[in-house]
Design a protein around this ligand. Sequence first.
Ligand code: C2E
Ligand code: CA
Ligand code: CA
Ligand code: CA
Length: 274
Amino acid sequence: AKDDGRGTYRFFEPEMDAQLQRRRMLELQLRSANFDTDFELLFQPLVDLQTKKVTTIEALLRWTSTFHGTVAPDEFIPIAEDSGLIVPLGAWVLEKACTLASDLPPYINVAVNLSATQIRRSNVVDTISTILSETGLSPDRLEVEITETLLLDDNREVNSALRQLRALGVRISLDDFGTGYSSLAYLRRFTVDKVKIDRSFVADIVGDPDHLAIVQAIVGLTHALGMTSVAEGLETEEQLLLIRASGCDEAQGYLFSPPVPEDEIKEFLARRGW
Ligand code: C2E
Ligand code: CA
Ligand code: CA
Ligand code: CA
């Protein structure tokens, strides 16, 4: 549907973009979704490359729309962000993730992806501290994953929210590192705890010496700045060997486990002696 500027919508215009129409439909579906029945939270382990133990599980959201079936997060998250729905949905994710983590051994953390919108358009610090006290989860067991574009625009609100979260004891991870306008200045200015090296670098690490050099450089820099590094998207044993040799601290990927439902991640953790 297209807004004609008079508050009415004209459907089935010949020039109407099918993609735009799908987006509008998905937004309507999202607005009427029942979080508890239409969404599911999956969990994927992050493994310590020295001890081979799971350090963290990352919460990854799944949506099954009544009309559109399974919709990928890369499609529905941006819609949820633009419509502001990510605020209640993100709070739902945080609550579910912290509830699960409070039921796991204390050396296993939980990582939750945080959208820029959640920081800019809601009091995410209040939301998080309320959820932490309600679930009894120790703040240092929660890791929030943010992307570097969030750090780019030098916004006072964002800066202050991140500092408040760190003051609570919550850890900050920089997601998809290397894909945006990465700059070490951001790393220093915001003192993040973990840097997650984007899987596009890991994917080519075996065949492309440049990518291996980039990974080695990022790992070296994070260590020099007192941070840790995580390699994303590990799929093969060859990648694991190179990543481990680079000195990278942790890794995540299908090689260890895809994202799985709550009961399966618990089984996975129990099988590995937690
Ligand atoms: P991300 O945070 O970078 O999450 C990692 C993505 O890589 C996930 O895709 C995961 O399933 C996928 N992945 C993990 N291991 C491998 C691997 O070995 N190979 C390959 N090819 N892919 C792997 P997913 O679950 O489709 O999520 C896509 C993106 O959606 C996430 O990227 C994140 O940015 C966003 N997202 C997911 N859940 C949430 C959420 O609860 N809140 C927010 N704000 N964003 C979320
Ligand atoms: Ca992430
Ligand atoms: Ca990522
Ligand atoms: Ca991503």
